[in-house]
Design a protein around this ligand. Structure first.
Ligand code: 7PM
Length: 259
C-alpha cells in the first residue's frame, strides 16, 4: 500500500487540476513501482493535529480518487473517519476504508456496513491531538488484542461482513518506542483473530527514537521493518518508499519459492 498524501497546502487553491494531476502521477508511479493499493488521505491523523472539516476533506480527497480511478484499476483506499467521506469516496471508486478511529465515530459503523467494502480497523489510544502525551498500557499486546476483539464484535453487530475486515495495531498512535517494538515483536499473535494484518511503520518517529534518524533518512529502517512485519504475518504494509519496499518483498517471496 503506497501512501498518497493530499495535503491542505497543495489544495489551498481549491483543487486546481495541476495538483490533481500531480497526485495522479504520483499514484501511477507507485503502481509502477509495485503498489497494489493506493491510500489517499489528508494530514488529519498526525500526532498533535487538529481536525479537518468535512467540506475540506471532501474537496481534497474525492477529485483525486476519481482521477486515479479514471486512469487505473488499482485498489484505492481512503484514509478517513467520516461517514460522508467514506460514502463519497466509495462512489468515486475507492475499495477500502482506512479508518484510524476503527469506525468509532458516529455513523461510521452503519456507513461501512451499507457500503460493503473492505475496512481497516486501526488501534489508537486516545486521539491524534493527545495520543503521544504519556501513552500507558499494562500489557500492550493484550490491550490491542482486546480492542480488536471489541471492534470485531461491534462490526458484526452492525452487519459488517467479517471477510471485509483488516486489523492494524497502529504503530505510533498512542505508543512509546517500547510499545511499538513489543507490537512488532509479537505481531504474529494478532493472527489469532483470523483477519489480515496491515501495518504502517514507514518513516515513523519510532525510527527517529531508536536510530536518531531524521524523517528523510528513515528509508532503510522503513524497508527493513516492513520486511520484518511481513515475516511476522503482515499481509499489507503501508509505505512511502514503494520501489524499495517492493524490492525487499520480491527477494523474500523468491526465497519462499526457492528449492
Ligand atoms: C506522523 C505519524 C505522521 C503518523 C504521519 C503518520 C497509519 C495510517 C497513518 C498506520 C493505518 C503516516 C502516519 N499511519 N493508517 N495512517 N496505519 N492503517 O505515516 O500505521 O502517514 S498516518
Amino acid at each position: 500500500m503506497g501512501v498518497l498524501n493530499v495535503t491542505p497546502d497543495s489544495f489551498s487553491d481549491g483543487g486546481r487540476f495541476s495538483h490533481i494531476d500531480s497526485a495522479v502521477d504520483q499514484a501511477l508511479l507507485m503502481v509502477k513501482s509495485g503498489a497494489s493499493i493506493i491510500d489517499v488521505g489528508g494530514e488529519s491523523t498526525r500526532p498533535g493535529s487538529i481536525k479537518v472539516s468535512l467540506e475540506d476533506e471532501l474537496k481534497r480527497v474525492i477529485p483525486v480518487i476519481k482521477a486515479i480511478r479514471l486512469k487505473s484499476g488499482v485498489a484505492i483506499s481512503v484514509d478517513t473517519s467520516k461517514p460522508e467521506v467514506m460514502r463519497k469516496a466509495v462512489e468515486a471508486g475507492a475499495n477500502l476504508i482506512n479508518d484510524v478511529y476503527a469506525l468509532r465515530q458516529p455513523g461510521a459503523l452503519d456507513m461501512a456496513a451499507s457500503l460493503n467494502v473492505a475496512v481497516c480497523l486501526m488501534h489508537m489510544q486516545e486521539s491524534p491531538k493527545t495520543m503521544q502525551n504519556q501513552p500507558e498500557y499494562i500489557e500492550v499486546i493484550k490491550e490491542v488484542g482486546a480492542f480488536f476483539s471489541e471492534r470485531l464484535e461491534a462490526c458484526q453487530k452492525a452487519g459488517i461482513a467479517e471477510s471485509n475486515i483488516i486489523l492494524d495495531p497502529g504503530f505510533g498512535f498512542g505508543k512509546t518506542l517500547g510499545h511499538n517494538l513489543s507490537l512488532l515483536a509479537h505481531l504474529d499473535e494478532f493472527k489469532k483473530h483470523g483477519r489480515p494484518l496491515l501495518v504502517g511503520l514507514s518513516r515513523k518517529s519510532m525510527w527517529g527514537d531508536l536510530l536518531g534518524k531524521k524523517v528523510d533518512d528513515r528509508v532503510s529502517a522503513s524497508v527493513i521493518s516492513a520486511l520484518l512485519a511481513v515475516t511476522k504475518g503482515a499481509s499489507i504494509v503501508r509505505v512511502h518508499d514503494v520501489a524499495e519496499t517492493a524490492e525487499a518483498l520480491t527477494i523474500y517471496k523468491a526465497l519462499q519459492l526457492a528449492n
